[in-house]
Design a protein around this ligand. Structure first.
Ligand code: NAP
Length: 404
């Protein structure tokens, strides 16, 4: 079946409403009223890990009374979570990173008062099963095994259920367990957005292109190496020495240990690159662009940008202005030297995950799960991610109390 990308905003829709435990939703579409047929009677609350304020690990709270997600738009689905993945972003969001921008995205007209995002559920990766579909969803049906990367402005996967747009969801690779599947969507969608949408690479034009990944041993890097190798690119990676075995096993052609002295000196001895993906940021910007082939469309794409930090510190208007000035200045400075400077961002995409799913089932991409935690151990999982130097992903298995 072909995927139809649906824009939710064409519809005017009543919230689904609950009455005495049974669902009696009503939808207004083009002025006519329809009653939805729904799945069986269910609870209005669920288990979840939430935060009620920003802070360190102590703000994580387990509850059995989190609000059950509701389908608001006809293109949405409710997914029962089998496994959730954590990313460095979860640690940052727990501490309030990006709060100003994400609040605007959740509530563009500022109708709700400050703090209305709480209780907030973290967790950006989900692998699970479709439980219910909105009226306009034809690509999925209840019972389908799916995976998705959850946008940071939506409630996350450290819960029994999550509601998502069908455009963000994809059929899970058949060859992966839910735990392995939950390690990939967020890093896959980020690497895809940075390398394909921003870097201009794809399966048809990557053969023999030279790509450098700065910080190749983490979640984004380990995925990017595999995707690029399956497209025929030549991949050079920087990482610490004890990650060399991992990245070589994933296909990296050249590996440079950044802990063994100035990494840029070693990189300058290599042939120049067509694309650089920077997962490290900071100092790297000062030397990395000189490693690109000049005047032939070569691109440097960094995932470490001040965008959310600016809006957190300066407010929305000034922060966005500052951001625009910064990126434009840097892009202009480098274009005069014949190379392109770009910022890369995570972008949720079911269609991109459809392609990734095929690559996984074809054996071209494997999951790199560093450690698995149970639902009861969510705070421990956060500690692990926070310590850094992950080799792959931290995955939390979500099981309900009855199942445990
Ligand atoms: N803009 C966006 O929308 C977006 C989206 C996703 C991620 N990101 C950012 O992208 C970056 C990568 O994400 P991730 O999930 O892959 O993070 P991660 O899993 O923490 O991986 C980072 C890796 O970099 C390595 N590293 C640290 N310092 C290094 C250095 N100086 N040189 C080379 N390698 C170094 C670390 O391993 P070893 O040093 O032990 O080898 C670690 O494995 C993060 O900064 C994240 O915040 C941005």
């Amino acid at each position: 079946m072909f995927r139809k990308v649906v824009c939710a905003r064409w519809f005017s829709l009543h919230k689904l409403s609950w009455a005495g435990g049974s669902l009696k939703p009503a939808l207004v579409k083009d002025g006519s009223l329809r009653t939805l047929s729904t799945s069986a009677r269910r609870s209005t609350v669920m288990q979840a890990w939430v935060i009620d304020k920003y802070g360190n690990n102590s703000v994580l709270r387990y509850t059995k009374n989190a609000s059950f997600p509701i389908i608001h738009y006809p293109n949405e689905v409710i997914v029962k979570v089998n496994a959730a993945g954590l990313n460095p972003l979860d640690i940052n969001m727990r501490g309030g990173y990006g709060a100003a921008t994400l609040a605007m995205k959740r509530d563009p007209l500022s109708i709700n008062k400050a703090g209305s995002e709480f209780p907030l559920i973290l967790g950006r990766d989900v692998s699970g099963v479709i439980m219910e579909c909105g009226l306009d969803v034809s690509y999925f049906k209840p019972g389908d095994e799916v995976w998705a990367a959850i946008p940071p402005w939506k409630q996350g996967s450290l819960a029994e259920f999550v509601v998502l747009s069908a455009n963000e969801v994809s059929h899970k690779p058949k060859s992966l367990s839910h735990v392995d599947a939950a390690s990939l969507p967020y890093v896959a969608a980020t690497a895809w957005s940075a390398l394909v949408n921003t870097g201009g690479l794809n399966k048809d034009n990557s053969a023999k292109k030279r790509v450098l990944i700065l910080g190749g041993s983490g979640g984004v890097g380990t995925f990017a190496i595999q995707m690029l190798k399956s497209w025929g690119a030549h991949v050079t990676v920087t990482c610490s020495q004890n990650a060399e075995h991992l990245v070589r096993g994933l296909g990296a052609d050249d590996v440079v240990d950044y802990t063994a002295g100035p990494v840029e000196r070693k990189l300058h001895t290599l042939e120049k690159f067509d694309v650089i993906l920077d997962n490290i940021g900071g100092e790297t910007e000062h030397w990395a662009l000189s490693l690109l082939k000049p005047w032939c469309g070569a691109k440097y794409v960094t995932l470490v940008t001040p965008f959310l930090r600016n809006t957190d510190q300066l407010g929305l208007a000034d922060g966005m202005m500052q951001t625009a000035v910064t990126v434009a200045t840097k892009a202009l400075k480098h274009i005069t030297k014949g190379v392109h400077y770009r910022w890369g961002f995570f972008a949720p995409s079911g269609p991109a995950l459809d392609d990734v799913s095929e690559m996984v089932d074809a054996g071209k991409i494997r999951a790199v799960v560093e450690e698995q935690f149970s639902f009861a151990q969510v705070p421990k999982a956060f500690e692990k991610v926070e310590k850094g130097h992950a080799r792959g992903k931290i995955v939390v298995t979500v099981t309900t109390e009855q199942e445990e």
